[in-house]
Design a protein around this ligand. Sequence first.
Ligand SMILES: Nc1ncnc2c1ncn2[C@@H]1O[C@H](COP(=O)(O)OP(=O)(O)O)[C@@H](O)[C@H]1O
Ligand SMILES: [Mg+2]
Length: 306
Amino acid sequence: MKKEKVARIEERIRSVFDQQYQIIKMLGNGGMGCVFHVQSNSVEIADFALKVLDKEVYIENKLDFMREADVMKSLDHPGIPKIMAVTEDLDYVYMVQEYIRGEPLSLVIRKCGQIREEYLQIWMESMAETLDYLHQQGLIHRDIKPDNMMLTDDCEIKIIDFGLARKKEQIDQADKKVFGTLSFTAPERFTKKVGTVQTDIYGFGVTMYYVATGKKPENMKTSPQESYAIMEKKLGETAPPEIREILTKAMAVKPQQRYRSFEALRGDLAHQNLVRNAEFEDRQVQFSHMFLILATLFLIGLISAY
Ligand SMILES: Nc1ncnc2c1ncn2[C@@H]1O[C@H](COP(=O)(O)OP(=O)(O)O)[C@@H](O)[C@H]1O
Ligand SMILES: [Mg+2]
């Protein structure tokens, strides 16, 4: 978006909200609009994220500019920012949201590379739980990727950007169009399929592949089976087997080979956790047995020395 346009939007924000917010900085600037960090000027200073959507772009693409706000209003989950207010003028829609103090996961990985296993496990559980909630509300996000995940300063994962989210039954022809980053797009979306629960499961799989390996997922547009094989190999070299098993199933080329639901995926995650904890406890028991034997031998040695 051009500088002059951003300046115009900033001016609009000041007048639409009657100087209620001070603009701190621009956080994002995409094709459909932009996002600002703002602070309210009332007695108690509070931070918000203000997302501004350009109605003209939505109309050009035959998309409903109110849908994102409607979707967000219907959600109530700690892994999703709350929407505080929505207003519009002739040209823009303004959405005031809870401000997430943190950084997009994409930036975190660009800075740190591959992420440690403990975090991977925790983030997978938390992200799968939030997406399970979303699907239980009858919604599909359709744009799951590290740019749309925020890592908070408290090390929690939150899901943002419900611009492409749809009620399962409300997906229409305009939704067949593929927007956004090729690396995180599910293979079926390239064949003009609208996207289902399995599309989000794919997004989850490749996002966590990126976290686990520090490598961008392969493009699924031209030869998906080959790309899948490369990713499977890379995961094998870096991720522990139980994580690898879950992610390769989530990223399967054919949607019907992926998990049926996030509930099923969470079941596998919980099971792997149990197995891992049991192994850990086993090792602890073995260690204490070994310690007892050594201590006894030591005592016997001491006694016989006297
Ligand atoms: N609620 C929020 N709190 C903090 N930052 C946010 C929030 N929502 C969006 N952002 C920031 O703005 C950027 C763009 O937001 P997003 O909703 O993904 O817009 P776009 O549709 O342009 O991709 C994000 O990458 C993030 O840095
Ligand atoms: Mg986004």
